[in-house]
Ligand binder design. Structure first.
Ligand SMILES: Cc1ncc(C[n+]2csc(CCOP(=O)(O)OP(=O)(O)O)c2C)c(N)n1
Length: 584
């Protein structure tokens, strides 16, 4: 094994190691054969270690899941034009989810005199980065080995700077394979670290505290605040001091959960009710305001605003994240006190300001009465959810509520994390929901995310003893089933439970709404949507990739013993899949 870099791509390995990249997911390609050789023969396939995937979308989605679980980037290397096109869907999801992912790419030599006929020409672009430029924070393509360290460190630093996101760095094949004539000095990485995120202006925080303390019906909305798991404790404390209901939009819009669902002030399942009469709304890391301030008619797409009188205070980094191509900025919501800051960092300051103002408080009794009313409503909602499970227990195929309850029975004694999925929202309703154990959704609503992202989470937690659970929808799975090969090959312990409703359920609901609105037969909503003729056998598919699996199972009694068998496999350090047929 070499100890001094001999080629341009050896230098890339030194840089990856210097910034702490543990894993590099890839699907092989000749444009990065130099880097591939360096990772294996110069780096010894250790820190970073190669993760073989069978599709570039899987490589990037794995890095996405890993980034959320580890709070730091891993890398995905994608082949030139064709690999980057396959990767692009997952890059978009990571962009929407603000996940730091280091996408390394390559191109046939830009120096045309060094290109092979045909393939090096059709796979060279001017420049590769334009393929994903609209949904990465930065794309770059250094033109010499000497320029490589700076380009690499900038890309890494930009990815990990709030608001975080993916970056794309294209490494010319010629540059990777260039023999180094003299040693290249690596910069001191410690001097290029990402900056601390912006805190909030103290005057704005004081004004926010004043509004909240004076409010008669304050409500706290969160959507992706869980990007900072440490924010949950001050968030709950703030809600308790203000006697304000908590509404977590993460499940609705695929953000990052931050509200413990069993908290007495959680009114997420009655969110429209909670905001309707609010006089002050505090929105922490919320982008999708009208998911809660409005009610949408599925058939007409019409949004009916529920409350436009409330004074809105919003703390987020959205104003630093504007891009023009995809309208990820969403509807322009009226905000009375906009605060451009990292909401998780602003929260302790806001809490202190509220505490300070409440020292002179004369409305403690009103607040206590309000908290009691909210708690009663909350308790009723939790009881309702448990009643649904009781009522549906013996239904066939298995209702999602029952399946979520059964999974909880099996994992509740474990050190669990929910790597992907929500069990149609039932995990939050039925489990002892610690938001820090859950990583939310894709962010960009691009299907093909769940399984590979969950594997990224499992990779990040490998060796920790945590049980990583993936509540997997069938439609989403079918974009990337071969991620199971990566699971088996790298022995990634992940418990996948298929919520297999044998349909693209979301679209079935849309086709039903449209047919109803047009007075047409609702029964035909399944045409072009059901996945049941023939029904894919997910256990067989998993077994075919070398993954332990059981199913299909369509009755509740059979689920629990199967889950316990699967859990033993996962505890043994291997992936397992249980295919459960759920009610569409
Ligand atoms: C890449 C991509 N293609 C199509 C869609 C449109 N789409 C949104 S939800 C959905 C159905 C998802 O089905 P499944 O994953 O089985 O979940 P279910 O709705 O049945 O719970 C589809 C096709 C999408 N979001 N992303």
């Amino acid at each position: 094994m070499r100890t001094t870099p001999g080629y341009g791509s050896d230098l890339v390995v030194d840089l990856l190691r210097a910034v702490g990249i543990e894993y590099v997911a890839l699907n092989p390609g000749a444009t990065f054969r130099g880097l591939h050789d360096s990772l294996v023969n110069y780096g010894g396939n250790r820190t970073p270690e190669l993760i073989l995937t069978t599709h570039e979308e899987i490589a990037v989605a794995m890095a996405h899941g890993y980034a959320k679980a580890r709070g730091a980037p891993m890398a995905a290397v994608v082949h030139d034009i064709v690999g980057l096109q396959h990767a692009s869907m997952a890059v978009f999801n990571a962009f929407c989810d603000r996940a730091p992912v280091l996408v390394l790419g390559a191109t046939g030599p830009m120096d045309a005199t060094r290109r092979r006929p045909w393939i090096d020409w059709i796979h060279t672009a001017l420049v590769q980065g334009t393929q994903v430029r609209d949904y990465v924070k930065l794309d770059d393509q250094p033109a010499s080995v000497a320029a490589l360290p700076e380009a690499f460190l900038r890309a890494w630093r930009v990815a990990a700077t709030e608001p975080m996101g993916p970056v794309y760095l294209c490494l010319d094949a010629g540059l990777q394979e260039e023999a180094l004539e003299r040693p290249v000095q690596l910069p001191d990485v410690g001097r290029f670290r990402p900056p601390v995120a912006p805190h909030a202006d103290p005057r704005a925080i004081d004004e926010a505290a004043r509004c909240l303390v004076e409010a008669l019906a304050p409500v706290i909305l969160v959507e992706s605040l869980g990007r900072r798991p440490e924010a949950t404790a001050p968030l709950c404390r703030l809600a308790e001091l203000l006697a304000a209901p908590l509404v977590d939009l993460a499940g609705e819009s695929q953000g990052r959960p931050s509200v413990p669902a069993q908290h007495a002030l959680d009114l997420t399942d009655a969110r429209h009710e909670a905001v309707r009469d609010a006089d002050v709304v505090l929105a922490l890391d919320v982008s999708s305001f009208f998911t809660v301030l409005g009610e949408t008619d599925r058939a007409t797409r019409e949004v009916r605003v529920l409350n436009d009188r409330a004074r809105v205070i919003a703390v987020s980094l959205d104003d630093y994240a504007f891009r023009s191509w995809a309208h990820t900025f969403q509807s322009l919501a009226p905000i009375d006190l906009p605060i451009a800051a990292d909401a998780g960092l602003a929260l302790p300051a806001l809490l202190a300001a509220v505490e300070h103002r409440l020292e002179r408080d004369r409305k403690a009794a009103d607040r206590a009465a309000r908290a009691e009313r909210i708690a009663a409503r909350h308790a009723a909602l939790r009881a309702e959810a448990r009643d649904v499970v009781r009522l549906e227990r013996s239904a066939r195929p298995v209702p999602p509520s029952v399946l979520a309850a059964l999974v909880w029975e099996v994992i509740k004694g474990e050190d669990w994390v929910l790597a992907n999925g929500t069990g149609k929202g039932w995990a939050r309703r039925l489990w002892d929901w610690e938001p820090a154990r859950s990583y939310g959704g894709s962010g960009g609503a691009g299907l093909g995310y769940g399984l590979p992202a969950a594997l990224g989470v499992a990779l990040a937690h490998r060796g920790s003893g945590k049980i990583c659970v993936n509540l997997q929808a069938d439609g989403d799975f079918l974009y990337v089933p071969s991620a199971l090969y990566t699971a088996a090959h790298h022995r990634l312990p992940l418990l996948t439970v298929m919520f297999n409703n044998r349909t693209y359920g979301n679209d079935e609901a849309h086709q039903e709404a449209v047919a109803k609105a047009r007075g047409r037969p609702v029964e035909r909503k399944v045409v072009g949507i059901r996945i049941d003729d023939p029904a894919p056998d997910f256990a067989k598919i998993a077994q075919g990739f070398g993954v332990w699996a059981e199913g299909p199972i369509d009755s509740a009694e059979e689920v629990e013993p199967a889950l316990r068998r699967a859990l033993r496999i996962v505890k043994d350090g291997r992936p397992a899949l249980i295919d459960v047929i759920t009610r569409p």
